[in-house]
Write a protein that binds this ligand. Structure first.
Ligand SMILES: [Zn+2]
Length: 381
């Protein structure tokens, strides 16, 4: 890694450095990703300059603008855009210097959001059906799986034929310990096996945690979604196909090489034998990818995911997130690792959605710098 470069905005320099110092790492990078760095120009009329200073000027702690007008205008008039595309999955992301430059959540905003989230959670406890899950949720035809800190329920409005929930004992979705998290995953895997035993054509488990309404949860009470399908879902199939095509054309393991690329860019870390990285084609803010042995059974993997999640919540102030676990089939015919992806869905105080037409139909537009994310994560491991 190029030591003094610590920003995705210097991706071009980073790639150049790899090219000069580590040919094989550079080849791997080029084999998996396409990338480009360009400047987008525009002109700010004089009449608009004061407003631009007010909107974008850097401020000190007390809110006074500390950046000269010319510098702010120059930053807006010349915006650096980094575009990175994964050749095998088609995932692509645009990073913009102006967006990446924005200060993170300020202390005061974070405190405000924390207070708001706490109130929201407390208020939702009144009349919460999931607090009395056995009374007020449907159960699967084979009954419920009961863990120490969780219980399963069928999803009242099913996503698919086999679509159920693992409901936490604790109402507060952000308040989980390693023991509790371990239990949620254990209970989920027992449910996957129960479905498989009951209906053996359904072999592909899929797990998602939509935490808080901004991430798609209709109930605040802590819960995750469990699904079993005959064929992998589209998103999972794209990953499997990437692995399959890569093996066929390159003769190597795609997921291992994907990790190696992030490793050579200084964007990875490992905890025991669980590898993770801050994705250079994140779907949305702060995306972290974990490649693991079975996270439902392997305690080290669970611990790694748990620590990353706690860091998101406790250190980065992320209260709305999606976590997904793409799994190989239960009869393990294909060689596919468990892939865990976690993404931040933005502040609950914001009324604008974090995703728009670009993300749905074009490319992800992301502000958070993967280098910042991996550095924060490295500190907690
Ligand atoms: Zn509840």
């Amino acid at each position: 890694m190029l030591g003094d470069i610590n920003s995705i905005m210097d991706f071009g320099k980073q790639a150049q450095y790899l090219r000069e110092t580590d040919q094989s790492a550079y080849c791997l990078l080029k084999r998996i990703f396409k990338f480009d760095s360009q400047i987008g120009y525009q002109v700010i009329p004089d009449s608009f300059q004061k407003k631009v200073l007010d909107y974008f000027g850097r401020r000190d702690a007390s809110g006074n603008i500390i950046e000269p007008l010319e510098e702010v205008v120059e930053r807006i008039e010349k915006q650096k855009i980094i575009k990175i595309t994964n050749r095998w999955t088609g995932e692509s992301t645009l990073f913009n210097s102006l967006r990446a430059d924005r200060p993170g959540i300020k202390g005061a905003d974070l405190e405000k959001e924390k207070k708001y989230v706490l109130q929201l959670i407390q208020k939702s406890e009144e009349g919460c059906d999931f607090c009395q899950a056995e009374k007020y949720t449907p159960e699967d035809v084979f009954g419920r799986i009961k863990g120490k800190y969780s219980i399963t329920a069928a999803n009242i409005a099913k996503y698919d034929v086999w679509s159920s929930l693992v409901i936490f004992k604790d109402h507060n979705p952000l308040n989980f310990s390693l023991d509790e998290f371990d239990d949620y995953l254990k209970t989920s895997f027992t449910w996957f096996e129960a479905v498989y035993n009951h209906h053996p054509q359904f072999i592909f488990p899929f797990f998602i945690w939509n935490c808080m309404p901004r991430a798609g949860a209709s109930q605040i009470h802590g819960h995750c979604q469990m699904l079993m399908s005959k064929e992998p879902y589209g998103g999972v199939e794209t990953l499997m196909k990437a692995g399959h095509d890569y093996k066929k054309k390159v003769g190597a393991d795609y997921f291992n090489d994907l990790y190696q690329v992030h490793h050579s860019l200084g964007l990875s870390h490992e905890n025991e034998d669980t590898h993770f990285f801050a994705n250079i084609t994140p779907l949305k803010e702060k995306e972290v990818v974990i490649i693991s042995k079975n996270p439902f059974k392997d305690f080290q993997s669970k611990k790694t995911i748990f620590k990353i999640l706690r860091c998101f919540i406790d250190v980065m102030g992320v209260f709305s997130f999606n976590l997904s676990i793409s799994c190989p089939s239960l009869n393990k015919k294909e060689k596919f690792p468990y892939i865990i992806r976690i993404v931040d869905r933005g502040s609950l105080l914001k009324s604008t959605a974090d995703m728009g037409g670009m993300e749905l139909y074009g490319s992800s537009v992301v502000a958070d710098d993967p280098y910042k994310i991996i550095n924060i994560l490295k500190d907690v491991f």
